[in-house]
Design a protein around this ligand. Structure first.
Ligand SMILES: Nc1ncnc2c1ncn2[C@@H]1O[C@H](COP(=O)(O)OP(=O)(O)O)[C@@H](O)[C@H]1O
Ligand SMILES: [Mg+2]
Length: 248
């Protein structure tokens, strides 16, 4: 097994061009995430959180700097090589779940596993496990459009985990969910994390962030804080209405 960090960045910068006006979104976020870590990324709207995770998944090109995934230089990859890397090793959950409308829920979840080389039987078992954990077993044969928003988001999470990626990137995965759906999503994230899943999750929600081992705070495209969460304060509260203050 390799000792390389799952993610390592060296002074990555992303500057969007808004007409003639440069908009710096990420300004040198040096980051290292080890295998098995669960990192929450917080910060106000516009602080560069989405841009950062998009760059880590190859969905946005960096303007300068380096991105390394599991010891391999990734920022210089072509789009097709990035697609291959994502198919093998990176799962993505977005705030607005891009499910495939003309496939059943079951097929949406199995597809990434099949693309990554799982046998149909393995893909089906993995799908049954994930949908079961998320309380969605009964919806397997439905098209996504028949599901409520919270259910669709849980399907999107199952899909992102179907191929057992080395890295799960989640951009506000509970952003549109009510308390109960949020709790189901956080429970599955905590569970796969306990089994060793590396996770980087953008969130506004202190309760969601408290499931992580470590919280990185962004402001204006830079890290202003990077702190471990003490184990005693970690994990979703039983009373899901509580908000956990991360620091005193
Ligand atoms: N495609 C884009 N074109 C121009 N500016 C963008 C684009 N995407 C994001 N930005 C700008 O980059 C900054 C960071 O955005 P974003 O990464 O979405 O922040 P966050 O996810 O923290 O809300 C913001 O100022 C935003 O307006
Ligand atoms: Mg965002």
């Amino acid at each position: 097994m390799s000792e390389d960090p799952v993610v390592k960045t060296v002074n990555p910068v992303k500057i969007y061009q808004n007409g003639d006006v440069p908009v710096p979104a990420v300004r040198g976020v040096d980051l290292q995430v080890e295998a098995g870590e669960f990192v929450a990324v917080m910060g106000p709207s516009g602080s560069g959180k989405s841009t950062l995770v998009h760059m880590l998944g190859g969905l946005d090109q960096r303007t300068s700097g380096e991105i390394w995934i599991s010891g391999k230089r990734a920022d210089t990859l072509s789009e097709s090589k990035w697609a291959l890397l994502r198919r093998r090793g990176v799962g993505f959950v977005f705030q607005f779940f891009n499910l495939i409308g003309n496939m059943t829920v079951a097929d949406n979840v199995e597809l990434p596993a099949l693309l990554a080389g799982a046998s149909p039987r393995e893909a089906r078992q993995r799908r049954e496990f994930l949908l079961g954990e998320l309380g969605l077993a009964a919806r397997a044969d439905d098209p996504p459009a028949r599901l409520a928003g919270g259910e669709q988001q849980r399907v999107a999470l199952a899909r992102a985990l179907a191929h057992e990626p080395s890295l799960l990137l989640a951009d506000e995965p509970t952003g549109n969910l009510d308390t109960r759906n949020t709790r189901d999503v956080l429970r599955l994230l905590s569970q796969v994390h306990k089994k060793g899943q590396t996770i980087i999750m953008v969130t506004h929600d202190h309760r969601a962030a408290s499931c992580a081992d470590r919280v990185i705070s962004l402001l204006d495209g830079q890290i202003v804080d990077d702190a471990p969460i003490p184990a005693a304060r970690r994990g979703p509260r039983r009373n899901a209405g509580d908000v956990i203050e991360l620091r005193g």
